[in-house]
Design a protein around this ligand. Structure first.
Ligand SMILES: [Cu+2]
Length: 727
């Protein structure tokens, strides 16, 4: 990996600061100034800064830059949505990525990026530059700052931002104000809608900053169509699309059950009015400042809010005049039927008219064959380079997002922006996201239901038995504790509040107390045995108050952790802390951390080398949402642990440091194959077997399956404590 200096890191980072402000304005609290070619600075403008001479970052015009940017790029105005779901926006992103990709040094990358920054949509800019920094090996040591701090308006309702602004105004006029102190605004339980609407009981989860940041990063790692010319597509991209979104729905359902709501209902009739409206209360930071904008319906510079959706809105044909790729409801229905047709037939037809068989029972070790679920995911997501037949199976998932995001103004004649469903950083706020993804998952499950059930031979592991299982939160056994906690972030990195002071937002959000898994296991193989330890969590009781049969519970099992452990011969006690989960990360790197090189109080020079690179690639389930909310009186959940043979399951690959591997279950490993060869979600991805070895061993509940020695299931309670006290 390339090593980069702290200076290079900081200079790159300031390109992300205040994406709506032109680069000629000073940044970092008026201590940093970009020295731009004079053509890029309005005449008569000289930056104003405090007493000290500022740090200067020199920018030169790069000879690789074209004189004018292609129309494909400039027709996406600043201050309006940029959507990866829209095919021509993806094409625009590829243009910018190719442009940035010409850079061979950090200086050159900064020069090119700085020169086009004000010419293009700010989300497109942040996306494309993040894409290069994450994936181009030359720049990989450079970290991307927090998306929450870069675009606070995507995460925080506009009234909170307005309150911060008025606080700044007041303090600017206050002689007694201590200029060295940060200004802090509280963001408590103010959500987009009221609690009396039942769907809003889970607004705390849908509108969580970490959840939405994760989704942004996930689609940065696994975009449709986009690729560096030097790259091969990520391993099992279609399958991980299926699995990540299946797990999102599972976790959402657990959250809903915690607050007494039924599991989410799929959106499967596109001709029926959509019952749930959504009014995000989010605003764009700026109006369009692009003088070259094209005035056609759908590109209205007066729209500064995200599009909204009334209750009972009908989906309409997306026919905005500014799009090369309109889509009709009828096309979506046709694509859905073709996908289902292929799934039920057991094969797709590729563009040459040849059958592509769909089966999960194929050996993927040498990378030449793909599992059926992977192929279906590629046809669905849909990647025009990976789909077996893009022209035939279409672009169902992406265009579903577009139809929903434009339902309030399908032809654009109201001049409204697209809704939050069009942006991966905001889509998960809208209740319809989950209804849409439950529908998509239903189609994937149609396929999984056609796979043969796992046999005892597939499931068991000779010579390994789990004898006890438990969790512990501090001294409390078999309980997990959740509650509200607070976290601050620096909003003034993303928004210009008209002050050099730091403006911070202090948010309340769900969290849980750290806990440990304890597993006792016996190894009678006669030697050391390497196993994959797979840990899942699901609610135990259904809304009728009965213990759930596995058929009902199967799609609720959320992966909590997966790790490799070497069992010594005889008895073993495994203690595994929740903080090491293979699905979660603790958070993004803030601007301040990148500026100072200090994280968690530890400066870069004192950290083990590679730690930052390893841990903070941004993609990963937020650690604070690892545990569902549960109930004040305690809610019944089950922990399931399974051990499988690591030698058999591991994907062979180059050894050595792996990058961005800390949330590999949901995000894979950068530049490497997915570490686990089993189908994602194993063993819950297929229907449960009806019986194990004999007809007496019927499988009704998870406990019936867990009679196999290498599995164990254990009842726990999740208790919601209200405020989590500081200890
Ligand atoms: Cu998604």
């Amino acid at each position: 990996m390339a090593r980069h200096t702290t200076n290079e890191q900081r200079e790159m980072m300031y390109l992300f600061e205040r994406p709506s402000d032109p680069l000629y304005m000073p940044r970092a609290g008026n201590t940093i100034v970009f020295n731009l070619p004079s053509a890029d600075v309005p005449s008569g403008f000289a930056p104003r800064f405090g007493g000290e001479p500022p740090g200067v970052i020199n920018v030169e015009t790069d000879r690789n830059l074209p004189g004018t940017l292609p129309n494909l790029v400039t027709r996406i105005p600043r201050g309006s949505p940029f959507s990866l779901n829209i095919r021509e926006h993806r094409q625009a992103a590829q243009v910018i990525i190719d442009m940035l990709q010409k850079a061979t040094t950090v200086d050159q990358l900064r020069n090119i990026a700085a020169s086009i920054r004000e010419e293009i949509n700010e989300t497109l800019f942040v996306y494309a530059l993040s894409f290069i920094l994450t994936r181009n090996k030359l720049f990989r040591g450079l970290r991307v700052p927090s998306i929450l701090e870069t675009f606070p308006s995507r995460f925080i309702p506009s009234n909170i931002i307005d309150r911060a602004r008025s606080m700044v105004n007041r303090e600017n006029s206050n002689r007694n104000s201590d200029e060295s102190q940060a200004l802090v605004i509280n963001h408590d339980q103010d959500f987009s809608g009221l609690r009396s609407r039942l769907e809003n009981r889970v607004a705390y989860w849908r509108e969580d900053f970490g959840l939405n940041a994760h989704h942004w990063h996930w689609h940065l790692v696994f975009p449709s169509d986009l690729l560096l010319p030097t790259e091969t597509p990520p391993d099992r991209k279609g399958e991980i699309f299926y699995y990540m979104h299946q797990q999102i729905v599972a976790r959402y359902d657990m959250e809903r059950m915690s607050v007494g709501l039924p599991r989410v209902v799929k959106l499967d009739n596109l001709r029926e009015p959509v019952p749930d409206g959504y009014f995000s209360k989010l605003r764009f930071d700026n109006a369009d400042t692009n003088p070259n904008r094209i005035m056609v319906p759908g590109l209205n510079p007066n729209a500064t809010l995200w599009g909204t959706r009334q209750d009972n809105t009908l989906l309409g044909n997306y026919t905005r005049l500014n799009t090369f790729f309109p889509v009709d409801v009828a096309e979506l229905e046709l694509w859905r039927d073709r996908l289902l047709d292929g799934i039920h037939q057991g094969f797709f037809i590729n563009a040459q008219g040849t059958r592509v068989p769909l089966s999960d029972d194929v050996d993927i070790t040498d990378g030449r064959q793909k599992r059926g679920i992977d192929i279906i995911g590629d046809a669905f997501e849909a990647d025009q380079f990976l789909s077996p037949n893009y022209g035939y199976y279409g672009d169902m998932h992406n265009f579903g997002h577009v139809l929903i995001a434009s339902a309030h103004d399908p032809d654009g004649t109201h001049g409204e922006n697209l809704g939050v469903m069009s942006d991966s950083a905001t889509a998960m706020r809208d209740p319809i996201f989950y209804r849409w993804h439950k529908h998509i998952d239903w189609i994937f499950q149609q396929y999984k239901a056609r796979m043969p059930v796992y046999t005892v031979a597939d499931l068991q592991l000779e010579g390994v038995s789990i004898t006890r299982l438990g969790v512990a939160t501090g001294n409390v056994a078999d309980e997990l504790h959740t509650g509200w906690t607070r976290r601050e972030f620096e909003a003034s990195r993303g928004i210009d509040f008209g002050t050099a002071r730091s403006v911070r937002i202090d948010m309340q959000h769900l969290d849980h107390k750290p806990f440990d898994y304890h597993i006792l296991a016996n190894n009678s193989t006669g030697g050391p045995k390497q196993v994959y330890v797979r840990i899942f969590l699901a609610p135990k009781i259904n809304p009728s108050g009965m213990e759930m049969p596995l058929l009902e519970q199967r799609l609720l099992w959320a992966e909590m952790d997966k790790f490799v452990f070497t069992l010594k011969p005889g008895a073993n006690h495994i203690k595994r802390p929740s903080s090491q989960s293979s699905v979660a990360i603790t958070g993004e790197l803030t601007f301040r951390e990148l500026e100072t090189g200090i994280r968690g109080g530890i400066p870069a020079s004192e950290r083990p080398p590679g730690e930052l690179e390893e841990d903070f690639c941004g993609c990963g389930w937020p650690q604070h949402l690892l545990v569902p909310r549960g109930r004040p009186e305690g809610m019944d959940f089950q922990i399931f642990v399974m051990m499988t043979d690591y030698e058999e399951d591991r994907m062979p690959g180059p050894s050595g440091a792996r990058q961005c591997a800390s949330a590999s279950s949901y995000c894979g490993v950068l530049d490497s194959r997915y570490p686990d060869k089993r189908p994602m979600g194993f063993p819950f991805d297929r229907l449960p077997p009806r019986e194990l070895r004999t007809p007496r061993e019927q499988v009704i509940t998870i406990s019936d399956l867990a009679i196999l020695d290498n599995m164990f299931v254990h009842d726990i309670k999740i208790r919601f404590l209200g405020e989590l006290s500081e200890e």
